[in-house]
Design a protein around this ligand. Sequence first.
Ligand SMILES: [Zn+2]
Length: 119
Amino acid sequence: MLTTPCPCGTGQTYDACCGPLLANLTQAASPEQLMRSRYTAFVTGDADHLFRTWHPRTRPDDVRPDPATRWTGLRILAAEGDTVEFVAQWERSQWEGGEMHEVSRFEQRAGRWVYVDAE
Ligand SMILES: [Zn+2]
């Protein structure tokens, strides 16, 4: 990773973007930043980051991303208040793929943004 472009698509390097969040060195300053870092965690298979940033009330027992699914792109459509609307592209093979369109809800817990659920 390091100086490679961040998977979340900001155009910044991984180290200047989601890297410090996934390494748990900094906290997301906004729901959009957290959403981007969670997308990157899906790309890199970082279950620790997903666990850490998921509200305990809605968090499934197993947060490991499905290794058969490759996430290939993220577009943020809107970020207002505590919600982020986005489209994430995925593929499972050269024949199977699609887009996931979601409005995610976030909540601040002890000063940290966490993912709650999708509207
Ligand atoms: Zn990023």
